[in-house]
Design a protein around this ligand. Structure first.
Ligand SMILES: Cc1cc2nc3c(=O)[nH]c(=O)nc-3n(C[C@H](O)[C@H](O)[C@H](O)COP(=O)(O)OP(=O)(O)OC[C@H]3O[C@@H](n4cnc5c(N)ncnc54)[C@H](O)[C@@H]3O)c2cc1C
Ligand code: SF4
Length: 570
């Protein structure tokens, strides 16, 4: 029951509600408030204010109690979060701890989450690749999922729009499968990365190694300065939160921008339980929230609702929003809600050494590295698996210090050191195929502290992933061998799905309401004033990083929502 003593209904009524303040929610609130809508942002976690709430950002390594390493007791208590490469002493405070927010794993799935204002935008690796028509047309071409209701041309102007505001560093590489964008200057590859790039260009058709495009201000424009952000200092300590606003996060960019409009109300500590559907009006009228401090249930009302709780939590909210009109979850006339969940396959990597460029080393740090765009099954189906993979690529060497000896000898060893050989490495980033059997549902028995059923997950790899992994290892081994790299060590990483942190689907877009939840504008087919624009909406997963696409899709949908509201359609 709603607690009607909290505030008057009027005070709890807004033009728009956004559920979640992470990467996609930040864009929803920026666009809605920018168009004059009084917007309430509901965030289950605490507030994290840019700069003020980055407690480790300026610490030196020796100022950490454990020199950046987490004690084994913390790692043992967090076997899931502890598997994420970014979970360290400097950043653990931005991660959900395993015991605090349990979920049910019918099959192992490493669910990495950030519950706070800014969500995972404080933690992400900021890799930003546009998707192309090879991705949006892929399902129709290969028949592996339902057809996307949009194409690249629908999103291209919105990619440009969000890139200009967020600030994306990159080069115009002219690769059709990885469309160019509105870039700030790209970060240079180092000598060995450039050597490999040249080698691949010379020896392979349609294969490339480029500087990975990333959401960093290599050279800020006025719009970034207006946000209060400054040039990236290449400190490479980004997961602590960046005091310069050098990389894009909701905290540094979209949320304070929305705040400045005077139209945003941010309510942290507010777990959205469900969306309220009014049978008589035939539309959603608001959301039910549990205040995590007081445990009160409160209702908030609005004309339009954007669901941006991150893919699997969005599924949870929708599945938990039942009514006699939607007994199986919000907008779930098709029965596909919670199904066709897909992810990325990061389960292989390869490392080696290189003897060349002994006279050269790196100068400073780069916040990004090399990127190998997808080259398999792009122009034709050439393998026995569907779709393809991209790869990271980086080369580095470091000072090897000597710790033996005493007195002056020890001091000399510690100070001088010798350069290590060049090490090179790549990791696989594969597309997985959305399948009905990969699904999430509400647990029948277990509930969380706010009375919401726990999410029960059944998600796994399949043969396609296995074949793709094998091909990645074969192709990269060959490319490394022909480049003259030595001591090549391919590895299968026996990780559970999820650790790529690119979970998608469950409330997919599609033309046909019988097989999808959302239309081409991200509106719930069966309830036009609810929009879902985070990873839950994705019909397929591409192998490019997804967050830039969530941003573009959100900005596009918000623009549409505003115009529909002005026309009185919603
Ligand atoms: C270490 C790491 C590296 C990554 N690297 C990259 C990368 O290089 N490139 C890339 O594209 N992506 C990357 N990602 C993924 C990226 O962070 C996510 O794709 C992105 O943050 C998703 O945006 P979102 O808005 O859907 O979710 P989030 O940013 O997670 O935000 C969701 C918000 O909703 C809130 N919420 C959840 N449930 C509720 C509820 N019931 N009520 C109220 N609020 C709720 C959460 O607390 C959270 O703040 C990375 C992620 C991590 C952790
Ligand atoms: S690399 Fe750039 S964005 Fe990252 S912490 Fe340093 S200055 Fe900030």
């Amino acid at each position: 029951m709603a607690n009607l003593n909290v505030d008057s209904v009027k005070e709890r009524t807004f033009d728009a509600i956004v559920i979640g303040s992470g990467i996609s929610g930040g864009w929803a609130v920026k666009e809605l408030t920018g168009n004059g809508l009084k917007t309430l942002v509901l965030e289950r976690g605490r507030d994290v204010k840019h700069i003020k709430d980055y407690p480790t950002t300026n610490k030196f390594p020796w100022e950490f109690e454990h020199h950046g390493q987490l004690p084994s007791a913390v790692l043992e208590a967090n076997p899931i979060a502890g598997r994420c490469y970014a979970f360290g002493e400097d950043s653990a405070h931005f991660f959900v701890k395993d015991k605090e927010h349990p979920y049910v794993q019918q099959k192992p799935f490493d669910w990495i989450r950030g519950y706070q204002v800014g969500g995972k935008s404080l933690l992400w690796a900021r890799q930003t690749q546009r998707w192309s028509d090879f991705d949006f047309e892929g399902p129709a071409r290969d028949g592996f999922a339902v057809d996307w209701p949009i194409r690249y041309k629908d999103l291209a102007p919105w990619y440009s729009y969000v890139e200009k505001f967020a600030g994306i560093a990159g080069n115009k590489d002219g690769i059709p499968e990885l469309p160019d964008g509105e870039f700030l200057p790209g970060f240079p590859l180092n000598d060995v990365e450039q050597y490999f790039s040249d080698h691949v260009k010379k020896n392979y058709k349609n294969r490339h190694v480029i500087s990975a495009r990333c959401a960093h201000l290599s050279k800020p424009n006025q719009i970034h300065i207006d946000q209060g952000r400054t040039q990236c200092q290449n400190r490479d300590l980004c997961q602590r939160g960046c005091p310069f606003g050098g990389y894009f996060s909701s905290n540094a960019s979209t949320i304070p921008w929305a705040q400045k409009s005077g139209n945003m109300t941010l309510r942290p500590f507010s777990v959205v339980q469900s969306i309220i559907y009014d049978e008589k009006k035939g539309k959603a009228t608001g959301v039910r929230v549990v205040d995590t401090n007081t445990k009160e249930t409160i209702e908030y009302y609005a004309r339009v609702i954007f669901v941006n709780a991150a893919a699997l939590n969005t599924n949870l909210v929708l599945l938990n929003s039942t009514s006699s009109r939607f007994p199986n979850g919000f907008g779930n006339d098709s029965g596909v809600l919670g199904k066709y969940v897909a992810f990325h396959n990061y389960s292989a990597n390869i490392s080696a050494e290189y003897d060349g460029f002994k006279d050269w080393t790196v100068d400073g740090r780069s916040p990004t590295s090399g990127y190998i765009p997808r080259f398999r099954n792009v122009y034709k189906q050439e393998t026995d698996f569907l779709r393809g993979y991209a790869g990271g690529f980086s080369a580095y060497r470091y000072q090897q210090h000597k710790y033996d000896g005493v007195g002056a000898g020890l001091k000399e060893g510690l100070v001088k050191g010798e350069l290590s050989p060049w090490y090179v490495g790549s990791h696989m980033m594969g597309e997985t195929i959305p399948k009905e059997s990969n699904h999430v549902s509400l647990d029948a028995k277990l509930k969380d502290d706010w009375g919401v059923p726990l999410l029960n997950m059944s998600i796994d790899y399949d043969d396609n992933d296995e074949k793709m992994r094998k091909d990645y290892i074969e192709q990269l081994t060959e490319m490394f061998t022909t480049a003259g790299f030595k001591n090549i060590r391919p590895q299968t990483d026996h990780r559970a799905p999820g650790l790529d942190i690119h979970e998608m689907g469950g409330a997919r877009m599609g033309n046909d309401p019988k097989t999808s939840i959302l239309n081409k504008w991200n509106q719930v087919h069966a309830c036009k004033n609810v929009f879902v624009t985070d990873g839950a909406c994705m019909t397929s997963t591409s192998c490019q990083n997804p967050s830039l696409t969530y941003m573009a899709i959100t900005a596009r949908a918000a623009d549409y929502a505003v115009s529909e509201m002005k026309k009185g359609e919603i």
